[in-house]
Design a protein around this ligand. Structure first.
Ligand SMILES: Cc1cc2nc3c(=O)[nH]c(=O)nc-3n(C[C@H](O)[C@H](O)[C@H](O)COP(=O)(O)OP(=O)(O)OC[C@H]3O[C@@H](n4cnc5c(N)ncnc54)[C@H](O)[C@@H]3O)c2cc1C
Length: 428
């Protein structure tokens, strides 16, 4: 039986899981469903920047118009840098890639990726608690159990359940994630709550670069749909000693953020006032940034079975610090790669298919993880007295070129070697 006729279950309806589902259905896989722990309307939004390498493949699979509806138009620069204290302009990186970066609220991105999916294939409020391996006389090799007492059967399981992946643990990978030393404060600011000069400055992506801290302002959405506002992302160095939540995502007073930024420029003070306007209760989202070390094996076969197994994608297997804005893009690339491979593989050897998927993806995601860590060091300066002299936007741009020039579909085509059916139209 071809993999496309197997019962495939995706755990996690985040960005990687939804990207996989879209392409799988387009490629003719029908027996595939998503089980997501959140309620359908339960998404906590944040601004994300989808770069050219991910947009390029989403467009091939018919998602361009739906994505553009709620995303930013082409912006003047990819990123503009300002001094944290004076607010002075330091330099910028041109947007040199097509399709250009799309800045969008995460909730709108999820909505766009769900637009063409049959509702009955998406199951919400289903928290995976365990995966049971059945013996061969059972009707399916795996049973997935959920927190509400329900269960479902599967031949192939895809763990797209984020950095705290339960599927990963069920596969026997018991490592712990590493705290990066930074926390992120996230919120939104409406343009109408800013003085005109500051509002105009923030119509492009701006990075206020400071000592061991930096702030990125994303002009997400667009005017015609009245979704335009600023996604505020403040990277602050903090110890976890005072962290009073068991979760990595918590709430913080805007005052805590203000304490970090008391000496920062007037534009940053305007942003803080804007955050207060958007959140009258005085709270905002705060997230501790963790990353996992790369693992050797992204999949696990069921013993004695040729065509039954589990694979991981997205943050579940290649989580990265967000300093190159690549977490979403890597999850999308991996989701699309796995969907194409499963739908078009010649033969029944699932291990070969999973290994091909890993061989295509792992070298790239390992490198992105490494360079994102380095980019974080450049984004915030360790030495505030010298950072203007050390700053070099051309070098920063060069660092990102290999990430954004990449075309997953060309890579799959080049390395395919007859192992799967491949449509030339995917290359146009
Ligand atoms: C501050 C910050 C800013 C970022 N900015 C960017 C950016 O600009 N650009 C970018 O590309 N990336 C960015 N990222 C990274 C990005 O958000 C993630 O890398 C991306 O969401 C990973 O996609 P995913 O599908 O693997 O996981 P997720 O999007 O996290 O989805 C996982 C899904 O699995 C579900 N789930 C988890 N456990 C279970 C379970 N047991 N049962 C059922 N469902 C479960 C979750 O509810 C979730 O919906 C940023 C990250 C941070 C922290």
């Amino acid at each position: 039986m071809a993999f496309r006729d197997k019962r495939i279950v995706i755990v996690g309806g985040g960005l990687g899981g939804l990207a996989l589902m879209n392409v799988a259905l387009t490629c003719g896989i029908t027996n595939i469903e998503i089980f997501e722990q959140a309620r359908e309307d339960g998404e906590v939004g944040a601004g994300v920047d989808i770069t050219a390498n991910a947009n390029r493949i989403l467009d091939v699979f018919g998602l361009k118009d739906t994505l553009l509806r709620f995303s930013s138009p082409k912006l003047p620069y990819f990123m503009e840098y300002h001094h944290y204290k004076s607010g002075d302009y330091l330099g910028h990186i041109e947007e040199a890639h097509e399709p250009h970066a799309r800045l969008i609220q995460r909730g709108h991105l999820l909505q766009a990726l769900k637009e063409f999916l049959p509702h009955e294939k998406l199951h919400y409020h289903k928290h995976l608690t365990s995966i049971e391996e059945n013996n061969t006389s059972e009707s399916a090799p795996y049973t997935l159990h959920f927190g509400d007492g329900s269960a479902t059967k599967a031949d192939i399981i895809i763990g797209a359940d984020g950095i705290k992946s339960k599927v990963r643990r069920e596969m026997g990978i018991g490592d712990s994630p590493n705290f990066s030393g930074q926390v992120v404060y996230r919120g939104y600011v409406d343009y109408k709550d800013l003085p005109e000069d500051t509002a105009n400055l923030l119509r492009t992506v701006v990075n206020f670069r400071g000592p061991k801290r930096h702030i990125i302002c994303l002009p997400i959405g667009n005017k015609p749909t009245k979704t335009d506002r600023i996604g505020f992302i403040g990277f602050m160095t903090e110890s976890l000693d005072t962290w009073d939540s068991e979760n990595w995502v918590s709430r913080s007073t805007i005052g805590d953020l203000q304490d970090h930024l008391s000496e920062w420029c007037p534009q940053v003070q305007h942003l803080i006032q804007g955050l207060f306007q958007s959140s009258p209760d005085g709270f905002m989202m705060k997230q501790a940034l963790y990353v996992r070390d790369p693992v050797d094996r992204w999949y696990k076969m069921k013993e004695g079975e040729e065509d039954v197994g589990i694979a991981l994608l997205g943050d579940a297997v290649h989580s990265t610090l967000p300093h190159q804005g690549q977490g979403v893009a890597m999850a999308i690339e991996s989701g699309v790669a796995l969907a194409i491979i499963l739908a078009n593989w010649q033969g029944n050897d699932l291990q070969d298919a999973f290994q091909f998927y890993q061989d295509i993806r792992k070298p790239r995601t390992d490198e992105v993880t490494k360079t994102s860590y380095e980019a974080g060091k450049l984004g915030s300066s360790d030495d505030p007295n010298h950072f203007s002299e050390n700053f070099n936007p051309e070098a920063l741009m060069k660092r990102m070129e290999w990430v954004m020039d990449y075309n997953l579909l060309e890579d799959l085509h080049a390395k395919n070697n007859g192992r799967m059916a491949f449509k030339d139209s995917w290359l146009s």
